[in-house]
Design a protein. Sequence first.
Length: 256
Amino acid sequence: MGHGGPQFVELPRPGGPDDGADGTVGPAAGGAGRERFDARGDVAEVERHTGLARSCPALTAACAVVGSPHVRAFGTVVGNVCHADPGGDVTLPLLCYDARLVVLGASGERVVPVADLVQGPYNTVLRPGEFGLALRFDPPPASGQAYRKIMRRQGDLALASACAVLERRDGAVADARIALGGLLGRAQRLADLEALLLGLPWGAVPGRADVAPCLETAWSDLLTDPDDPASVDYLQELALSLTGDVIARAMGGDRG
């Protein structure tokens, strides 16, 4: 966090995986198509929530690969986001959903877009005494979603991760939301790549030569090993491969 390490709460979990009451992991009372879950919603609960699996499969897929079953049973989605670990899983789909974090502090509540929350590894805009209270987002009208991470061992944090949320209309990409994380100081949306995808025929995955220039703005935030100059090339190749893969998966098939 911005001051003195993570500042988030772990509260008792809500009653069940499909509880629809406002403030739980399920749909909020605010209206159809809106999702809200608070600091009590653990990762495992989100992973197995049937409603979210239909509307937000990238999020449930990300939750399914967070740490071990023990970690998923006790860690919360709100806590995962507030921890701001570069290798965290759930932030990427939440970026693609334009999620907002409800923050509570001495001066009351305020809302922080997840895109503006993280400033760097383990560093957020939360002020002293503030904590994450709830996450809110409107699931996009997506035709395909995918999340994938590369890790050294099962259960590890992501060495690299990517998420794609795409909408198909009239046989073409009508909306594209792509996020990259793990190998960056903070997970971020790839606006240039999203713009490249708009209007492409559904199923037409752009090649590396087209994707590479779209990732240039992300390289300044690359988490490289100062003792291994080759790590830059390796991580850039990993990012190119991973983004192409999640785009292909979101369109309905593995990349050939």
